[in-house]
Ligand binder design. Structure first.
Ligand SMILES: [Zn+2]
Length: 416
């Protein structure tokens, strides 16, 4: 890359309320010192004269958030997926950059992309890393793997059989994938079957093994119980959605499987926001009298489906499953600029606001193998920092009042 990326800043931050991202209770009046973008100290010592100070003493200061499940090349404005994917790649790339900026302005400094078209996301990350454009830190899966005719096949990741899985996973890792994402069931793509598994266990295992061989991780999209069992049998590290759809498209929570998820120690991203957004959009169409017969049926089942997903999430949390916050932004009606709503849904599912913040900071960083780099405000970590008005440790809605966002100690948003 010809252009040197911007260097981290050397600065001192005075935090009125300090939330470390490790799940600890908040502290008052904390000073964070940053050198060349890296936190060097966190303590109560007041800044000395001559230090360059960012005064956030009227605000709550916490790590920049991770949105752990996004599709950056999609618009999140309700456009049907298959129609959007007919657009040229150049437009998809520009949409991804707009989504990157919307995320930063909402306090999200890391995006874990769970499927983009072809190599577009690798190129966007190259552009950000080289300083051509501003943007968040990315954790990428590339086009993600799906069966022939499977969910998100328009991204270009159709593969079948263990041999093809092995090769496709190796190609993605060669291109720079941070993790391997596999559609273990169908999904919302027309003509796929979210109520049934997609890959067989030997296929999942072949791709997951390639990630594990070089110390990386794999995640499976699972919307039905059978796909969850397959993913666990194959040794997945992470489950997206974790819904218990049945063949009849109802949801039937299965406690035995939930306990297996808990015992296996895998991370789960419940993606509550995207389900809620889709339901709301469909209800609006029914209320306006513009819904099709299929959409009216969808709404009838949708309310019960969301309530069950909330209960499932609550139960997984009680069982000790490490939940992380990801909204599925980009997909259908879910935007990038209101990610704190996913944390509000997690609170509705029984997490404390501090748990929900942990699920979007320190624990999220661990789930994408960045725990030693970012996600907690402590010495040695990159200074990706969010400041908000109010106290998000008692009222999660405070996360909507973004005052400042810093990346590597550099101010990228200042709304004070
Ligand atoms: Zn998704």
């Amino acid at each position: 890359m010809p252009i040197a990326p911007p260097q981290g800043a050397t600065v001192t931050i005075r935090a009125g309320r300090f939330i470390d991202g490790a799940g600890s209770a908040p502290r008052a009046n904390v000073t964070i010192r940053v050198e060349d973008g890296v936190i060097t100290s966190v303590d109560e010592r007041a800044p000395a004269s001559g230090e360059v100070v960012i005064d956030l003493s009227e605000y709550s200061v916490l790590p920049g958030l991770f949105n752990m499940h996004v599709h950056s090349v999609l618009p999140g404005d309700g456009t049907p997926f298959h129609e959007w994917m007919e657009l040229p790649d150049e437009l998809l790339l520009l949409q991804a950059h707009a989504n990157a900026l919307a995320s930063l302005h909402a306090g999200v400094t890391t995006l874990r992309d769970c499927g983009g078209k072809g190599s577009l996301m690798f190129r966007l990350r190259d552009a950000i890393r080289s300083g051509i454009i501003p943007g968040p830190r990315y954790v990428l899966s590339g086009h993600a793997l799906t069966i022939t005719g499977g969910h998100c096949r328009f991204f270009g990741g159709e593969v079948d059989g263990p041999e093809e899985m092995r090769k496709a996973a190796r190609r993605l890792l060669k291109e720079g994938a941070d993790f391997i994402k596999i559609f273990a069931s169908g999904g919302g793509t027309i003509g796929t079957y979210p109520q049934f598994p997609a890959f067989d266990v030997d296929e999942l295992r072949a791709a997951i093994h390639e990630a594990h061989k070089i110390g990386k991780v794999a995640s499976c999209h699972c919307t039905c119980a059978a796909s969850i069992v397959n993913a666990l049998d194959a040794g997945t590290d992470h489950i997206e959605h974790c819904s218990f759809l049945t063949g009849a498209m109802t949801v039937e929570y299965d406690d035995d499987i939930a306990r297996r998820v808990a015992d296996s120690g895998v991370y789960v991203t419940p993606t509550l926001q995207t389900m809620h957004d889709l339901d709301s959009a469909m209800v609006a169409r029914v209320d306006a009298g513009t819904a099709t017969a299929d959409e009216r049926t969808f709404v009838t089942n949708a309310r019960a489906r969301f309530a069950t997903q909330l209960e499932t999430t609550s139960r997984l949390h009680e069982l000790g499953v490490p939940l992380v916050a990801g909204s599925d932004a980009g997909w259908r009606h879910t935007r990038f600029d209101n990610f704190s709503r996913e944390l509000a849904h997690l609170v509705d599912a029984g997490m404390t606001p501090l748990d929900a913040i942990h699920a979007a900071t320190g624990r999220a960083a661990d789930a994408c193998q960045l725990g030693s780099v970012v996600g907690r405000l402590e010495p040695g970590k990159r200074a990706d920092i969010l400041a908000v008005q109010g106290d998000p440790s008692t009222d999660i809605a405070a996360l909507t009042a973004v005052a400042m966002v810093l990346q590597d100690g550099r101010v990228v948003v200042d709304r004070r």
